[in-house]
Design a protein around this ligand. Structure first.
Ligand code: ADP
Ligand code: MG
Ligand code: MG
Length: 874
């Protein structure tokens, strides 16, 4: 039998999410549960993949299946698609495996045309409603399917409202709406050069193709990259009989959550609008009512909604985000899914669900997105500074957190400002999916329109970006790039602050402080720790960083970068002295002076670690990084150092390299100047001995030699390290174990890992450099062209953020296998950026690393991701 591409809702269920997308699978599941669902069918994600395989074409076999399903739907509804007196109208809705809010487009009321709209008006006895539906359809079809500018349609509507002196769409009569529909069609003709399609089957297939096509639109690609969704998944298309919330005051539409998506508090939380359709609630065109009001407006529908919402939550064992429509007092569900939520809400919900007996700890662990956890660790306003600041306005607290930054009015300006290193507050009338990059660049988002479930609110919560929405008093002057609020005018680039938890707006910058961590956090992370087998360390260079990291649950330091210790205060001048030294004796003298600083840092870190392991990397960067480069600065420094300008300039020149990233750095420095490795080893070992004696801690220092590519260079440097360490330990009179290992960051090291392992007791994968050298991309400059790679679907994600498992990952895995083949107990870890990225962490777990190491703020992310890696394999 040939492959089936189309499924009636009654033929499927929630387990078919990969095939039918989240929306389709859940509509099927709700049908199975007996909920009131307008019926329909789902064209599978495989049909989307096929569409692309066939050269962006829906083939005849799939078309025939659609036709067949349409007939079944006609039988179910008793209406005919394309009928002129009682037409079956449908919505065409996209829906992939992962929910991508607002990323894909929906067309409602499809099936109407000039003749059918008359029949529809007569049949329903409601011409206003019929023309309202038609004008909506024309606009959505033109926008979604044909890509005509939405704003022009909005302008036509606004103009007609203005000439009639109306404020709201609701004041438009049937005749007015007929006029709107005519004007819309004229606009269509103007753009397309052809009449608005009157054949419902053409309308349908055009819409289906448009949904498939939208899978690869720019904003979908950006969203996928930000959320690790592969392009190969494709989207499904749902064709569903329409129900109408715009039939009058006994109809309406709304969205609701079973728990508060900001705080996690249990209880139905949502908004609705009477006499409205589809996106009206989230589009922010009219301000919606809180769902509790529905109890007065339509008590029966409200009671039924409450009952079924709870049933859905119990069924899915998670907080649900639902869409519903009431058509002449009759309730319908149009969508349910596990709701997006803030990190704070995610934790509370996960912990509450366990306490309520709705799910197990392991299930709860899977309900929190690890990436979200760092939202909890980000700054809040300083209480006093906040109290002293003047509130200029307040609106809906759409996404919590504190943001201070400079004002920008559009996404492009926001992105540019971010590139300049500014903190950005994006101020918009309302946001739309086109703004996604600007929203991502912003610390905070403020909108004039829109409720708690507006696009801005939903997207900001997902991103963990602070957002205040629906501030109607705020007046934006787009041409002047200013806004006015509470009597004050603020220009582009000026400072303001947003309190996303209270909804308050401030027109000044306000000090922020580090957040406190709730009890839910501790409990939840404890569950993660029980499950995971991968250890989590932090990359930390100072006792303070270590303290932070340990507080967030780090089990050691996976990477202590010693060079950072040489930039502060007088250290840099000693370092420079060392660099300009002409003889070994001079260099040793300068190094000798550096030892006390370095030792003190190590001691502080050992103490903060309280016996947990620490990997210290020997000096890594090229030496020119410690010297100034402008003539003026060089002159000034020469005077300070008591040498001539020419001498210093000569040193700077001699250190110049065309490719410093491929230059004299890492263990190559120690090959030339073994005395540097000797000095650092002394500091590491002496600090450990002193802390052992003074604090009674058992310390096993891990000394890491960076950037080796050839076993002999590793052996050469290691010899100095071992001799020095053994001598000092022997003199100390105590026993101290230590380890010497290397960082695998050069492809050649991975390829020859069996040889390298003979000289190393541990490997730590420096995947930043390894990615750079495997791809041949400069990690400092690649950002400039990688955008083109995403847009052109050559790369789906930034290989510096998410480990390229196919190429770089293969090297990592090979090195592990080769290394352990000669040294079964070889300790393996990763210390690149990827150590804090959930999908990369799962990979590390799967190939058997002992630990990942990441920045302190990402430690909780890594702990949870490591637990999920275990659960994903169950
Ligand atoms: P999104 O994924 O952007 O939420 P949806 O496909 O869910 O897009 O649809 C957009 C809006 O249209 C939602 O408010 C939804 O409830 C409404 N809608 C979709 N299909 C129907 C239908 N058959 N009848 C009535 N309203 C519908
Ligand atoms: Mg939806
Ligand atoms: Mg490196």
């Amino acid at each position: 039998m040939s492959k089936k591409f189309v499924y009636m809702f009654s033929e499927a269920d929630a387990s078919m999410k990969n095939l039918l997308g989240g929306k389709g699978a859940n509509l099927a599941e709700m049908t199975k549960l007996g909920l009131p669902i307008p019926q329909g069918f789902t064209i599978s994600t495989e049909a989307c993949t096929k569409y692309y395989e066939d050269g962006e074409l829906v083939n005849d076999a799939i078309k025939a299946e659609v036709e067949n399903s349409l007939e079944q739907l006609e039988a179910l509804t008793g209406k005919k698609f394309g009928d002129n007196s009682e037409p079956l109208l449908v919505s065409v809705r996209s829906g992939g495996r992962a929910s991508m809010p607002g990323m894909m487009d929906t067309v409602l009321n499809l099936g109407l045309n000039d003749v059918a709209v008359e029949g529809f008006a007569t049949k329903t006895g409601n011409p206003r409603f019929a023309y309202d539906s038609y004008r909506r359809f024309i606009q959505m079809f033109s926008d979604v399917v044909k890509g005509l500018p939405k704003s022009q349609f909005e302008r036509v509507l606004d103009d007609i409202k203005e000439t009639k002196g109306f404020e709201s769409d609701l004041e438009l009569s049937a005749d007015d709406l007929k006029e709107v529909a005519e004007a819309f069609k004229a606009l269509y003709v103007k753009h397309e050069g052809s009449e608005f399609p009157q054949d419902p089957r053409t309308q349908l297939m055009d819409a289906v193709e448009a949904v498939f096509g939208s899978w690869n639109n720019e904003r979908a690609i950006i969203y996928r990259r930000m959320n690790d969704i592969p392009g190969s998944w494709g989207t499904a298309v749902n064709v569903q009989a329409m129900v109408f919330g715009n039939m009058g005051d006994t109809s309406g539409t709304g969205v609701a959550f079973t728990r508060d998506p900001s705080t996690g508090e249990k209880g139905i939380y949502g908004e609705y609008l009477l006499n409205a359709q589809g996106e009206d609630v989230v589009a922010g065109i009219r301000t919606p009512e809180p769902i509790s009001r529905l109890e007065n407006d339509m008590p029966e529908a409200y009671a039924e909604f409450m009952r079924l919402a709870i049933e859905l939550e119990n069924h899915y064992k998670d907080m649900q985000d639902m869409e519903f429509t009431i058509e002449d007092k009759k309730l319908y569900f149009l969508q349910t899914r596990n709701g997006k939520r803030t990190a704070q809400a995610a934790l509370k919900i996960a912990v509450d669900l366990v306490d309520e007996g709705l799910c197990t700890k392991e299930e709860a662990l899977m309900k929190v997105d690890p990436k979200q956890l760092d939202q909890l660790l980000h700054p809040m306003f300083d209480v006093e500074a906040l109290a002293a600041a003047k509130i200029y306005g307040s609106a809906l607290p759409a996404s919590p957190g504190a943001a201070t930054g400079q004002v920008y009015f559009n996404a492009d300006d926001a992105v540019e400002a971010k590139k300049r290193g500014e903190a950005v507050i994006l101020v918009r009338l309302e946001t739309s999916p086109e703004d996604i990059e600007g929203m991502d660049a912003a610390q905070g988002i403020l909108t004039v329109r829109g409720g708690m479930t507006s696009h801005a609110a939903v997207v900001a919560r997902g991103m963990g970006t602070c957002c205040v929405s629906g501030c109607g008093e705020l007046k934006i002057d787009d041409s002047a790039k200013t806004f006015t609020l509470g009597g004050k005018t603020v220009a582009e680039g000026e400072f303001m602050s947003l309190d996303g938890s209270a909804g308050n707006i401030y027109l000044e910058s306000i000090k922020t402080v580090d957040p406190e961590i709730s009890g839910d956090f501790g409990r939840f992370m404890g569950w993660a720790d029980e499950v995971r087998t991968l250890k989590v360390r932090a990359n930390a260079d100072s006792p303070k960083d270590v303290q932070n990291a340990v507080e967030y649950g780090a089990e050691g330091v996976g990477l202590c970068r010693t060079e950072h210790m040489f930039f502060e205060g007088e250290r840099i001048s000693k370092m420079r002295q060392m660099i300009v030294a002409k003889t070994v004796a001079e260099r040793e003298a300068a190094l000798e002076e550096l030892i006390p600083y370095q030792k003190a840092d190590f001691k502080g870190m050992y103490i903060a670690l309280d016996g947990k392991p620490m990997t210290v990397r020997l000096l890594d960067p090229p030496l020119h990084e410690f010297l100034p480069h402008s003539v003026e600065d060089i002159k000034e420094l020469a005077v300070e150092m008591g040498i001539t300008y020419e001498e210093l300039q000569a040193t700077v020149d001699s250190l110049h390299e065309f490719n410093p990233m491929l230059g004299h750095r890492g263990c190559r420095l120690a090959v030339t100047y073994p005395e540097i490795a000797v000095m650092q080893t002394r500091a590491i070992i002496e600090a450990a001995i002193e802390v052992t004696k003074e604090n009674g801690l058992k310390i096993v220092p891990e000394i890491m030699i960076p950037l080796a590519g050839e076993v002999k260079e590793l052996a050469y440097v290691k010899k100095f390290v071992v001799e020095t360490a053994d001598r000092i330990i022997a003199e100390s009179g105590i026993e101290l174990e230590y380890m010497v290992g290397t960082m695998i960051e050069i492809p050649r090291a991975a390829l020859t890992a069996d040889a390298i392992a003979t000289e190393a007791e541990f490997f730590s994968f420096g995947t930043n450099d390894l990615t750079q050298m495997t791809f041949g991309y400069s990690r400092d400059d690649a950002g400039a062209f990688l955008d083109d790679y995403y847009k052109k679907s050559i790369l789906e994600s930034d290989p510096f953020a998410r480990l390229d498992q196919t190429g770089v990952g293969q090297l990592v895995q090979m090195a592990c296998e080769k290394g352990r083949s000669v040294k079964p107990g070889l300790k393996l870890g990763i210390c690149g950026e990827h150590g804090g990225d959930p999908s990369s962490i799962e990979f590390c777990h799967n190939i058997g690393l002992d630990y990942v190491s990441c920045s302190p703020f990402r430690v909780p992310i890594a702990r949870l991701a490591a637990a999920q890696a275990v659960l994903n394999n169950k």
